[in-house]
Design a protein around this ligand. Sequence first.
Ligand SMILES: CC(C)[C@H](C(=O)O)[C@@H](O)C(=O)O
Ligand code: SF4
Length: 475
Amino acid sequence: MAAKNIVDKIWEAHTVVHGEGGVDLLYIDLHLVHEVTSPQAFEGLRLAGRRVRRPDRTFATIDHNVPTDDPHTFTDEIAKRQVEALRENARTFGITLFDLDDPRRGIVHVIGPELGLTWPGMTVVCGDSHTSTHGAFGALAFGIGTSEVEHVLATQTLWQKRPKTMEVRLVGKRRPGVTAKDIILAFIARFGPDVGQGYAIEYTGEVVRAMSMEERMTLCNMSIEAGARAGLVSPDATTVEYLRGRPYVPSGAAFEELARIWLSFASDPGATYDRVLEFDVSDVRPFVTWGTHPGLGVPLGAVVPEPSQDPARRPQELRALEYMGLEPGTPLSEVGVDVVFIGSCTNGRLEDLRLAAQVVRGRKVHPGVRALVVPGSMGVKLRAEAEGLDRIFREAGFEWRYPGCSMCLGMNPDIVPPKKRAVSTSNRNFEGRQGRDARTHLASPPVAALAAILGRIPTEEELLEALGLAEREGA
Ligand SMILES: CC(C)[C@H](C(=O)O)[C@@H](O)C(=O)O
Ligand code: SF4
């Protein structure tokens, strides 16, 4: 039998009908729904007199527009109506909704994995581009538009063009202080934000195998920022152990049987891909973006770069420098920071908060910096509180919030004011992303945490020192 990669295996296992031009009708195993991209889809069903085909495979949460100081204090009429609509739709169509006070509520891409809804070998969709996050489990997971949401609600299937496949081999040895976030930012800086266009990326190699599930999620989450539709990691023992005991995962003999099936979806040895890239992480340093797309980044300690001489890139980079209020040649460690946001579906999980807390412990937020920690879910929040992380953040002067997308995007009251500069653990730094004229620097949780303490972007040495990883003489 020919060796197959994971994308081919999942695709073939889910194809209901082969259509024309490589467009196939896929069966969808898991449909996740949030308040922003679902109202019209449900309205469409209602108008057509249809029901939801698999209410038991459809789960809804509230994340994008929810206020995070008190989730019940909606001031925005549209946001309030979207949430009420979702509540009403969940009731009418018999769907499980993790409502505002539900201990299972959170950012859609944080709770799917955390609750054990996302399994290897599944097709997972959501009206949200960062659905790729679930690919960390070896699921084929991708974002869809609202009309497709309606199609999936009605039929539990979706017409999809089969993506080309790309293997991204992460090899080498990680330097201290380098997180999954730094690796994916450095990858996008090296290969460009369009490198994944038309592809589903599978991350392979010893670096990925050694990563925790949470790190793999960060990697897959940002596949979108590399232009790809989906990002995956083949399931292994780490995947299976993460899922064991989760609320929506069976236990006992059924689990062992499931685990066997899950592992069978992993790419076969010798599987081929339409394109293969190798990325040696040995030289990757903790990273930060300076521009207005995630590919415009440099290692900590670098200077703001000169705009590219490439005529295809130069105008955009000049514009980015202007928008960001930066001069080429300025050391990034001299760039002052007004706001720090730790959270989002990229970096709002427990390991992220632990790393940030390690930097923050016993220190104080720099005067004049507004710093927020927004756990990705109620589950993350409660576990972090059980470990006392909330106290570490609060005592340092951070705000400790309820879960939601928060400052990742300007769709709720957590906004970066015009011309203010934020270091953010989220995934997008486009113009206006965190608020009108807001300036966003993407970074890892420990880098963001240290920026809050110092009131500016840190150097690599400062980061290693704060993490207790500084190289001692003679060591
Ligand atoms: C609001 C939603 C449709 C959007 C997305 O699809 O990604 C958001 O989650 C984002 O990150 O920009
Ligand atoms: S946290 Fe940000 S990237 Fe993730 S789903 Fe919410 S808005 Fe999108």
